[in-house]
Design a protein around this ligand. Structure first.
Ligand code: F6P
Length: 538
């Protein structure tokens, strides 16, 4: 523990680790006020984290030394801070509202950003009002969004979070990411090919799962409408326009992505088209406005009150000072059920690394794993482990004060019950309970409470932007580049020869290990559905 911490912070951490959280409250009557922060409509209570105002001041001083203000400025100014890929990192430009230019390679990118936002709104409107028609002239009734990772998780989260059961979208959007055939089958259930449109979302337009699913959907359309021109049933969102055209998307149905927007930061780009379709262009605008409000705070608030900086510092301190290897995010809002999945990619693909920007080994641990799920369901599953297990894990409770919708009788009472449970769990984790061995809860387990007024587009945008910036701050503290993801390449390349072995019977490469060979042989010998391409058995 305390590896990679400066001496002052290591000493503070040792003292804090020896002090129960309840004692920190007893010692400082103004603790809650000093450790509660707000930005863009979000209020964050850090008082149950293992910090004090003094420790936070030391952390802020460390952030200054680590150059966090410089990195924030460099990112927002479009400097090429993604060094390994020599790219700018400008997802914030996608939601900028101040009319200021954002220059990349001597060119203001904002006119393209604004033009794309106008196209998103126009396309969404044409689908929602039924003017967009398929090959037979019938209005489109279903949209299938095909993408994976950053080209799926953000829009999937937002569409689910902003759904209003009392007012279903005129054109529902279903998401397909997994290459498991079951996923596409489920998405297409009840859809009529003549009234179904696909959005193929892929920055590279080379991602195997996305292309396999898009090809399968194209075959489904062609089989149902032989001889018809089905190209109008596709919209592409990509930085690889040529590949999208070769696939069969009309040039004027391709919306751009730019190399200065990373995949997991791309929901604000045309990747967010499914949000504009399902929730309406105004909701998409509000989402971007909420994120822009948080961006303005991140850019201007002093570090001592800068919410993403303070939360990134606490995350980093939990890893480096207290050895946290995991963290939990538990939204007490059904609407945010998908938030942990979204955050897994954001945090773990960004900071799951062990070399610095210069390629040297990082001195100390990096990003904790992240998992979680909606409360109160989790209370009846893994919370037992949180309260009495042997792996104390920092928990983040995300609480919506008001219900998203209150269509059914007694919604206010049930919402109160929901919020009460969130607050009680945070209290229980900290206070614990005395009693005999079986009933005793040790307590002294840290948590954060994030309050939002309700899950609406504006506050959701702010919440996501908060996580983006806090992840960036954390990456800077580790000294790593949060914007590449070379680790995912190895598995992708190894899958190719195995897929060839399973589909065409090709021989496995000589370097294939014995376990993988045996598992491939098992599949070949025991499967009941043989791919059309399969011939020879290896
Ligand atoms: O998982 C690796 C990854 O490259 C992600 O970073 C990205 O969001 C996802 O694959 C999808 O990539 P693409 O948008 O190019 O299909």
């Amino acid at each position: 523990m305390t590896q990679g911490l400066p001496d002052t912070l290591a000493a503070a951490a040792r003292a804090l680790a020896a002090t129960p959280l309840t004692a920190l409250f007893a010692r400082d009557a103004s603790r809650v006020a000093s450790l509660t922060f707000a930005a863009a409509g979000l209020t964050v209570d850090l008082s149950k984290q293992r910090v004090t105002p003094e420790a936070l001041a030391l952390l802020v001083a460390h952030a200054e030394t680590a150059g966090i203000p410089h990195w924030i400025e460099a990112m927002l100014a479009g400097e090429r801070i993604n060094l390994s890929e020599n790219r700018s990192v400008l997802h914030t430009a996608l939601r900028r509202e101040d009319g200021a230019p954002v220059v990349v390679d001597g060119r203001d990118v904002m006119p393209d950003v604004r033009a794309t936002r106008a196209r998103i709104a126009a396309l969404a409107t044409s689908l929602r009002d039924g003017t967009r028609r398929g090959a037979t002239g019938a209005p489109i009734r279903h949209v299938i969004a095909i993408g994976i990772g950053g080209s799926d998780l953000g829009p999937r989260l937002c569409v689910d979070a902003l759904a209003n059961p009392a007012s279903p979208p005129p054109v529902p959007v279903r998401f397909v990411s997994n290459v498991d055939p079951d996923e596409l089958d489920r998405a297409l259930a009840g859809c009529d090919p003549a009234t179904t449109l696909a959005i193929v979302e892929s920055k590279t337009f080379t991602t195997q799962e996305t292309l396999a699913n898009a090809s399968a959907l194209r075959a489904w359309l062609r089989a149902a409408m032989p001889g018809a021109d089905t190209r109008g049933h596709f919209i592409g969102v990509t930085a690889n326009v040529d590949a999208a055209k070769s696939f069969g998307v009309d040039a004027d149905a391709i919306l751009p992505m730019w190399d200065w927007v990373g995949g997991r930061y791309s929901l604000w780009s045309a990747v967010g088209l499914p949000i504009a379709i399902a929730c309406g262009p105004a909701a998409f605008d509000a989402l971007l406005a909420g994120a822009a409000a948080l961006d303005a705070h991140f850019a201007t608030a002093p570090l001592a009150r800068n919410l993403p900086a303070l939360m990134g510092l606490c995350d980093w301190f939990n890893v480096r000072a207290y050895g946290a290897q995991q963290r939990l995010v538990v939204p007490y809002a059904r609407a945010l059920s998908l938030l942990p999945s979204y955050l897994q990619q954001l945090t773990m693909e960004s900071n799951g690394k062990s070399v610095t920007r210069d390629g040297a080994p990082v001195d100390g641990a990096t990003e904790a794993s992240l998992w979680g799920g909606a409360g109160t369901d989790g209370q009846h599953a893994y919370f037992q482990w949180l309260h009495q297990g042997t792996h104390p894990v920092p928990v983040e409770f995300v609480v919506a004060v008001d219900a998203a919708h209150d269509a059914t009788a007694g919604a206010g009472e049930r919402q109160s019950l929901l919020v009460a449970n969130a607050l009680a769990q945070a209290q229980a984790l900290m206070q614990g309970r005395d009693g005999d061995a079986a009933h005793r809860c040790p307590g002294n387990r840290p948590s954060t409470v994030v309050m939002m007024p309700r899950v609406d587009a504006r506050h959701l945008g702010a919440l996501i932007a908060l996580w983006e910036h806090r992840t960036f701050v954390e990456g800077c503290l580790y000294g790593i580049n949060s914007f590449d993801q070379f680790g995912v390449e190895l598995g992708k390349s190894l899958a190719q020869p195995i897929a060839a072995a399973l589909t065409t019977g090709a021989a496995l490469p000589a370097a294939t290990d014995a376990s993988t060979r045996a598992l491939v042989a098992h599949v070949l010998a025991s499967r009941s559905v043989i791919p059309a391409k399969a011939g020879i058995q290896s």
